[in-house]
Design a protein around this ligand. Structure first.
Ligand code: PHE
Length: 460
């Protein structure tokens, strides 16, 4: 629903064909999103640990309450992008939305840096609102760099996705260090997140005119009129594609529901059940959060090369097939968690390799689903709904976050065998996600031919 259709936006770039010959604007968006994600994931890496801590100035809640709260926070952070995308498209444009969002996010982190409970709530509220303005609009702007059919789009989203994860990686390391170090503390970590966001904002304000000319401006009257002209009923093909996209968006819910255990139940697993001593140094539990982003940065180019190599032989798997593979990899990751949890249930601190193995498989799964999904949204949605559907993609994630938090909050109950009993202990908890992911894999495989027909040729 960008008022001026994506395909008619000036791209400011020559229609080059090589994956790496991207419009320069991509690299600016890469850097800005990198800093925003630095702050987001840096803060998030320690959030449940801070809430459940009672020894070092945390809030001292139970782990179950912390996980539930974490889920609610994730829900709002990804539900508000629907509103943020709408406001940007109809009124202020993605550029201005990003600046408002960035300022609000930074203000939120600085509030969190103040050790007082009301500031905690105010800070998180600001981060959530700011993310709503910021997050969907950057992704939409990546799509706006290209005309329909430009072969560089998928590659661009993969590069962009690496930016997300470079930021996440360093955010988790830096904020994890400050937060869990006895010399500093939680509030320094929140402050560091705020500083990161300010870097991103400064970069954007300085360079946007040069590298993103004419992209993301507030919709002008002419554009609105044009959009109205093209606002006739959808064609059959458009409607089919929309149906396929909606089903795909729905099917991402079980993926993120399991994947997002990272910030809560798996984070507690790292803190309490993992042996984190290396050469006499106990590394922060939140550092294990960065395995995901670290593995992603290393393996994203390999996946991109794999898809290109397969495409050259005319055998690139369709998006539904890739997503089904994503679910299988996710289930495999949780098999690691089941095994690790089973050992830890005997009362020993287990090797960090269980978590590392799980995160690595989850990351491979993520690469088969997430960057491809973002690109797919910009490919399948009718132009006038582009941002709305991007918002919807994130909205599905917000439902996952809610479910993930609710499930994480019953970790203890499941471990005590109060709900069902299979292996006993936390192994039973992680087995829930082996099952849900395997079921989703089957559902996707079954639906694949139906979905592909409705994509009318845009199925890879
Ligand atoms: N990690 C990615 C990002 O932050 C994808 C993601 C988005 C994952 C939302 C979960 C929720 O952009």
């Amino acid at each position: 629903m960008m008022s001026a259709p994506i395909a008619e936006r000036p791209t400011g770039a020559a229609p080059a064909t090589g994956v790496l010959r991207q419009p320069p604007g991509l690299y600016l968006l890469f850097a800005v999103e990198m800093w925003e994600r630095f702050s987001y994931y840096g803060m998030r890496a320690i959030l449940v640990l801070f809430i459940a801590d009672s020894a070092r100035g945390g809030l001292g809640w139970s782990q179950s309450a912390a996980s539930r709260f974490f889920g609610l926070y994730g829900f709002f952070a990804y539900a508000l992008p629907v509103a943020g995308g709408y406001v940007a498209d109809r009124f202020i444009g993605t550029q201005r939305a990003m600046i408002i969002g960035g300022l609000t996010i930074a203000a939120g982190h600085f509030c969190l840096a103040v050790p007082a409970l009301p500031m905690f709530y105010l800070g998180l509220t600001l981060v959530v609102i700011g993310t709503g303005f910021f997050k969907p609009n950057v992704s939409t702007m990546v799509g706006q760099l290209f005309r329909q059919g430009d072969g560089r789009r998928d590659g661009a989203f993969t590069i962009f996705y690496m930016g997300v994860n470079v930021g996440a990686f360093f955010g988790q390391i830096v904020c994890g260090y400050f937060g869990e170090s006895p010399r500093w503390g939680w509030h320094y970590a929140f402050g560091a997140a705020g500083v990161g966001m300010l870097f991103g904002l400064a970069l954007h304000m300085r360079l946007k005119r040069k590298y993103l000319p004419g992209i993301g401006e507030a919709p002008d009257r002419q554009a609105v009129a044009k959009a109205k002209l093209s606002a006739g009923p959808l064609t059959r093909e458009e409607r089919d594609r929309l149906t396929a996209l909606l089903v795909i968006i729905l099917l991402t819910i079980p993926f993120w529901m399991a994947f997002e255990q990272a910030g809560s139940s798996m984070n507690f697993f790292a803190a309490e059940r993992t042996n984190r001593v290396v050469w006499g140094y106990t590394f922060p539990a939140s550092w294990l959060q960065s395995v995901n982003s670290g593995v992603l940065i290393l393996s994203a180019p390999l996946f991109a090369a794999l898809w290109t190599a397969l495409a050259r032989r005319g055998r690139e798997p369709s998006t539904p097939a890739k997503m089904s593979a994503a679910m299988v990899l996710l289930a495999g990751g949780f098999v690691f968690m089941v095994l690790g949890a089973e050992r830890s249930d005997r009362g020993v601190l287990v090797s960090p390799w269980w978590l590392i193995g799980a995160y690595a498989l989850h990351t491979f799964g993520e690469l088969c689903l997430s960057p491809i999904g973002l690109s797919l949204v910009t490919k399948l949605s009718p132009l006038k709904f582009a941002s709305l559907l991007m918002g919807l993609w994130f909205f599905a994630t917000s439902i996952s976050e809610l479910l993930a938090g609710q499930l994480a909050s019953i970790t203890g109950k499941v471990a005590r065998g109060e709900l069902f009993h299979l292996f006993g202990g936390q192994a039973d908890f992680y087995f829930i996600f082996v099952t849900s992911s395997a079921l989703a894999a089957v559902a996707l495989a079954v639906f694949a031919p139906w979905l592909r027909r409705r994509m009318h040729g845009r199925d890879t």
